[in-house]
Structure formats: structure tokens, C-alpha cells
Design a protein around this ligand. Structure first.
Ligand SMILES: *Cc1c(COP(=O)(O)O)cnc(C)c1O
Length: 354
């Protein structure tokens, strides 16, 4: 792929690495490529970050034909920059696009676009402990037309922003509300894709949880509202009686890269990992009879998010005394160790790019 580069005339001042937060400071450049019916992908370019001009009738604004990805570039102690399993994101985006009738963006081009952009923006990759450069590839329909159909033009873009340490003072357990009314996904729907529409439909649940003093929503299956599926932006795992339980990837749950990596680590450590349906009743029962040992969410942003409390209707369970579990901590230390190059990567998950 040939990428045209237009350097920004004015480079922004880099923000304070100890006050980055999440998603606030975009870097100087972005990757853009266009797709048109008949022509396919063309005009790969890295250009100064700027607003996108869209016709008001543009398909994405009305029918939400949009997919995205999220991954990070990590600064290692010796100053190098590495990615973590970017091919998983590339392949997942192809599957998301297939479901939304959007053109596939080839895996090699996806990785090349990210690699080149991060190389250009390498001074933006922070070096403070646990900070990283968050990379957001996304694609949307640009055709100007109000007809509902597969669009004749799309844009693929990548933007980046330095993000702060998710935990400043060690892992911090959150309280989670099991949502028993609204649902996120059903079989045959778009639950397994990373599309903006899934998020639009989930905000009401999030608002409801926050009003009740809970940080996140735990979604149940869309058909029976009986089996636990995932948390807002994370997959979720339960340690019950020494074994791990997590929802199977059967069309409604997002196949997380972090989930997949954790399962690999856990199995290598000798844990029985059950990718199986777990009912919320069995979960709450385990919470009361003392067999529920640890609960944690998994996702790129936080890596792991320990759960200290679960509420389902009027029933409340405190997990591990509200503290971070031993296994949760070990998973966090191991995965972040591999990502930031503090420990050797026996899996070939990391890829040094600069
Ligand atoms: C992105 C995402 C996850 C986590 O996936 P990772 O690849 O581990 O970051 C989990 N659930 C949903 C709904 C997501 O959008």
C-alpha cells in the first residue's frame, strides 16, 4: 500500500503525561483511506488531523453504518514501541464489517496503516508508568443518500491519543449493576461486532446504573434475561470454586482480545476455564454460599477491572470483601508485564514497530 504523507505545519504541544485521562488529546496526524464502488480502497494518506466534511444526508448520520476498533501502542523501558496482537483487531473489524455490509479493510493494510501512523507520531507515545498511545481505527458510510442499502462509498480512518494510567493507586474494584430489563444484544443481531450502534443502545442502561451508584452494567442475554454476558465495554469472568466461567462467543458477546489472552494465560496456569452460560441465579447463589471467589472485567482500556460488588434486583453480593482478588492481580501483572515489555512474551503477542 502506498501512503501519501502530508506533514502538519503546526505541531501541538504534548500534554502532561501525568494528566492524560482517556481520549482527550488527539495527536497531530490521522490516517485516511476511501472506498468507492467499482474502485475499491484508494488514496491512503496520513494527513494533519482535521474535521471531516459530510453531506447532511450522509448514510452514517441516519443509519449508523459504522464500525470501530481499539488497541494500544506501548513504550517499553528501553524506549521501543510495541503493539499487542494487532492482527486480532484487524480480523475482528473484518467480521464486524461483514455483518454491517461494509467493505473489508485488508489485514496487512490495517497493520501497515497503524504502524506507519504510530511511527510518525512516535513522540506522542508516553513513557510514564502504565500510560500508552490509544489507537482508534474506524470506518463509516459516506454516501450522500437517504436510501437504506449498502452504501457506495466509505471512509476508513485511524486517530490516536495518549492515554493515562487507568489505575493511579493500584487496581480499584468497581460496583456493578445487573441490568434485568434492557438488553444489549440478541442472537442474530450485532452483539459480536464493534459497531457504534451497540453503544448508542447501551447508554440508557449505563445512566440508570450510575444513578443508582454503580459504575457499570452487567448485561444478561437478550432472550431470557437469565445468563450473564458482558459489561459495558468489557468481557467478564467469574472465579467460582477454583474454576473460571465466562460467556461463550456465540454471536451476542464481543470476542475481546484481552478475554482471549486471559483465557490463554489461565489455561497455561492450569485453570479450568468454562466458556459456558452462567445464570445470574447461580452467580448470586455462589456469591452467598461463599464459592464466588473473584469477578473481573477484561478489555483493552483497563486491562482488568476487579468487581467488588454485584447487585441483581434487590440482592447484593460483595465479592472477595470488596478487595482485588489474588488471581485478578496476577493476571493484571502478567498481561501488563507482557504489553509494556517488562516480562518476556512467550506467546509472540507483541510486535516492536519503532
Ligand atoms: C471492545 C469491547 C470489549 C473488549 O475487547 P478488547 O479487545 O479486549 O478490548 C468487550 N466488550 C465490548 C462490548 C467491547 O466493545
Amino acid at each position: 500500500m502506498e501512503i501519501r504523507f502530508e506533514k502538519s505545519k503546526t505541531l501541538k504541544e504534548k500534554p502532561d503525561q501525568t494528566k492524560l485521562g482517556f481520549g482527550k488529546y488527539m495527536t497531530d496526524h490521522m490516517f485516511v483511506m476511501d472506498w468507492d464502488q467499482g474502485q475499491g480502497w484508494h488514496d491512503a494518506r496520513i494527513v494533519p488531523l482535521a474535521p471531516v466534511e459530510l453531506d447532511p444526508s450522509c448514510v452514517v448520520l441516519h443509519y449508523a453504518q459504522e464500525t470501530f476498533e481499539g488497541l494500544k501502542a506501548y513504550r517499553t523501558a528501553d524506549g521501543k514501541i510495541q503493539l499487542f496482537r494487532p492482527e486480532m483487531n484487524a480480523r475482528r473489524m473484518i467480521r464486524s464489517n461483514e455483518r454491517l455490509c461494509m467493505p473489508a479493510f485488508p489485514e496487512e493494510d490495517f497493520i501497515e496503516a497503524i504502524t506507519e501512523l504510530v511511527r510518525i507520531e512516535q513522540d506522542w507515545v508516553p513513557s510514564e508508568p502504565d500510560t500508552s498511545l490509544y489507537i482508534r481505527p474506524f470506518m463509516f458510510a459516506t454516501e450522500a443518500s437517504l436510501g437504506v442499502h449498502m452504501a457506495s462509498s466509505y471512509k476508513f480512518m485511524v486517530i490516536c491519543c495518549p492515554v493515562g494510567a487507568y489505575y493511579e493507586t493500584g487496581l480499584d474494584p468497581v460496583k456493578i449493576l445487573v441490568e434485568d430489563e434492557l438488553v444489549r444484544a440478541v442472537k442474530g443481531g450485532t452483539g459480536f461486532t464493534k459497531c457504534g450502534g451497540n453503544y448508542a443502545g447501551s447508554i440508557l442502561g449505563q445512566v440508570k446504573a450510575e444513578k443508582m451508584g454503580y459504575a457499570q452494567v452487567l448485561w444478561l442475554d437478550g432472550e431470557e434475561r437469565k445468563y450473564v454476558e458482558e459489561v459495558g465495554t468489557m468481557n467478564i469472568m467469574f472465579k467460582i470454586g477454583g474454576e473460571i466461567y465466562t460467556a461463550p462467543i456465540e454471536g451476542t458477546v464481543l470476542p475481546g482480545v484481552t478475554r482471549d489472552s486471559m483465557i490463554r494465560l489461565l489455561r497455561d496456569w492450569g485453570y479450568q476455564v468454562n466458556e459456558t452460560k452462567l445464570s445470574v441465579d447461580d452467580l448470586m447463589k455462589a456469591g452467598h454460599d461463599g464459592t464466588l471467589e473473584e469477578v473481573f472485567g477484561t478489555g483493552t482500556a483497563a486491562v482488568i477491572s476487579p468487581v467488588g460488588e454485584l447487585r441483581y434486583k434487590d440482592d447484593v453480593v460483595v465479592v472477595n470483601g470488596g478487595a482485588t482478588g489474588e488471581l485478578t492481580q496476577k493476571l493484571y501483572d502478567t498481561l501488563t508485564g507482557i504489553q509494556w515489555g517488562r516480562i518476556t512474551d512467550p506467546y509472540g503477542w507483541t510486535r516492536v514497530i519503532a
